[in-house]
Ligand binder design. Sequence first.
Ligand code: AMP
Ligand code: MG
Length: 334
Amino acid sequence: MNKYVLLSAIILAAFLFISCGEKKASTSLNAMDTFMTIQVYGKKPDAALEKTKERIYQIERNISTTNKASDVYRLNHSEKISVSTDTLTLTKYGLDFAKQTDGVFNPALYPITSAWGFTTGDYKVPSQNQINELLPLTDYSKIQIDGTYINMEHGMALDFGAIGKGYTGDEVIRLLKDNGIKSALLDLGGNIQALGKKADGTEWTIGIKSPWTGKAAAAIKIADKAVITSGGYERFFTADDGHNYIHIFDSKTGKPVDNGIAGVTIITESGLYADALSTTMFVMGLEDAASYWRHNSDFEMIIFTENQDLYYTEGLEEKLKLFADFSSVNVIRK
Ligand code: AMP
Ligand code: MG
């Protein structure tokens, strides 16, 4: 046998040995008010997917604001309880992020978002008096953590709507890795998180939705990264005066953000960090978000404005493919 034929045979045998027993599988589920899809590639993918589903439902049971048995519901109704690790981790992270951003990110906005009807879908514009009365109840600095107990004043309430799915994505990826999965793609309602590369060894191509058409406006190739978007278009209502009020809030005024931003996408390793950032950069607006990025450049960012301008951080140059027509395309540099 010619030595090249022999070498090829050895490589083929090694490949077959390595890939032996590795399969693709996928599942979909509804959790956290979101349609989720998970595709995995590896050994025993179905068993890994089953564990993943259970873990997602477990996190939902802990942090739901509406399930009466959840930690968050009970805390929000003034019960003094010892909470799960999920709730404790998210509370600590949320409070740290709030301190770091001087309250632009605020995990205690629930009394305000409820008054606007975002928690029930019964939308209304509250009076300025009502907002003034509720704002003191969103003072996150009054929330104390004592071991596994979380203490807050009567009337205060937590909501992990801005970080829960990013945290869930990280937990799912950890669980998949522990179960021998080397390649996976999670779509948790537009929050995309990739474990490794595709089964064929190439990177995942992720579409980034246009806030205006819902179709892909851009695409990016990633491996081992989260691509997480906050969009005003995802949830909003139109009031009698014709004004659109979105679900992302300025914690200082107690009103929906109205700063010309249509969507913010964050690309970084951690889903939790990306999720916290996507909401925070949206609230900050273009200039403050760019300045925050210059001081903390451990992430990349894409911003769509309502005027159809596109801004992206310089680390994405040559990585981002654009499909849509924008009024302008701008690179945010150091
Ligand atoms: P996301 O889609 O990740 O931007 O999260 C939006 C959700 O986070 C909203 O539906 C609210 O539940 C919550 N939220 C809104 N404004 C803020 C804010 N300034 N800080 C933290 N959470 C917020
Ligand atoms: Mg978020």
